[in-house]
Ligand binder design. Sequence first.
Ligand SMILES: Cc1cc2nc3c(=O)[nH]c(=O)nc-3n(C[C@H](O)[C@H](O)[C@H](O)COP(=O)(O)OP(=O)(O)OC[C@H]3O[C@@H](n4cnc5c(N)ncnc54)[C@H](O)[C@@H]3O)c2cc1C
Length: 435
Amino acid sequence: MRGNTVCRIESAGHASSLVSPYNEAMNQEREFDIVIAGGGMVGTSLARLLADLGTGGRPCRIALLDRVAFEPDKTLFHAQPERYDPRVSALTQASKALFSELGIWRHIADMRQCPYDNMQVWDAEGTGSIQFRAHEVHQSDLGSIVENSVISSALHQGLSEQSNLTYFAPFNLTSVKRDESDTLLIGSEDGSAVRAKLLVAADGANSRIRQLAGFATREWDYGHDAIVTTVETERPHRATAWQRFIHTGPLAFLPLAGDGEQRHCSIVWSVVTNEAERLMGLSEAQFNDALTHAFESKLGAVRSSDKRFRVPLRQRHATEYFHDGIVLVGDSAHSIHPLAGQGVNLGFLDVIALSEELHAGLNAGRQVSDSRILERYQRRRKPHNLRMMWVMEGFKHLFAGRTPATVWLRNFGLTQVDGAGPLKNLIVRHAMGME
Ligand SMILES: Cc1cc2nc3c(=O)[nH]c(=O)nc-3n(C[C@H](O)[C@H](O)[C@H](O)COP(=O)(O)OP(=O)(O)OC[C@H]3O[C@@H](n4cnc5c(N)ncnc54)[C@H](O)[C@@H]3O)c2cc1C
């Protein structure tokens, strides 16, 4: 990565001079080869992956923009003992490898991460269960649970030394237009704007760009809301990720590092909407009891729980990932049920593919917005993301069924897969992003 000049950090207020006809120098400075809109985990990873991208013998000019300026001091929980970010990600081996390649895994490890070497999944109605163990696939762990604020903070470390990058925040993108010079003019709420040859939409599940540019989607409500919070349990989690499938939705206990006693877990409790309302209305003691009961006291009693957050779950998939110099990555292209913890991992695979195709295309003398580059990206990622979404959909329906035949079938299936070494290994290697 380049480190000889300092990346420009600018506020949207300054960026407004871009569209001023009086300031030619400013205009030129604010033209970019690639603008990445959305500085979440996915957009920032892409910005880092493009650090050495070049075109025509010069480095590509990249802009990363977000409506909210990243402030590590405000978002970091790990500096405070026993305080945790309620948003965590189960990172696959593939995502961990990406962070190692970017040189930021060591920052994550220095802050806080919990490798898990065991995963237990079982059916609330019956005796079917399955256990995945890292040693069965010759790995030291199956993945790591990391707080989203830790990932974002690590991604931002050293970003300011990336010489080809300008970071605009706050920049609330409100318009995208193609102008007379055939570049994209990307406008913000306060009237400021930047120009780009290629616009990457990394602006999340409710992507403004996807809507403005008229990308079609297939989408439907899962009829589930996820309740997320951090809990302290009576017994240690033993570096195990736990998932119980209940007919109202799956309940996951994800192990957290940091307290020395392995008693903290991040929970994702997906439930049908009216049940979510009820659970959100409970007192802490009532909620802890309900959770202990729903989790069959696997880790003893839930002793305490933090503030609860509720997230409606919606499946959404863009039918095309690019058109007219605009390309979708991460949740702007696809959002899926969190039951298998794959959402952001798929986003990281998107940006790896897009970065590889951009590097290869530019080496072959193409322009950044060349449709052959974007077509290759779409061909690599769309079928894979679609497959994962259908698998999640299948799981959701399979475990919602309560007829005796369905209950028997899934319990029998779980037990059979648990005993079928090669099939089980294939599933786990796929879930780890290794296949
Ligand atoms: C309960 C729950 C649990 C989950 N657990 C896991 C898990 O264990 N593992 C996993 O892989 N995934 C998990 N996910 C999914 C994961 O959180 C998402 O896939 C991931 O956050 C998507 O990242 P992103 O960068 O694409 O989008 P976002 O995180 O949504 O980032 C979008 C960025 O764009 C910015 N933005 C938005 N609009 C604009 C605009 N108009 N102008 C400028 N900037 C804008 C936002 O400020 C934000 O910074 C979970 C999701 C949920 C709901």
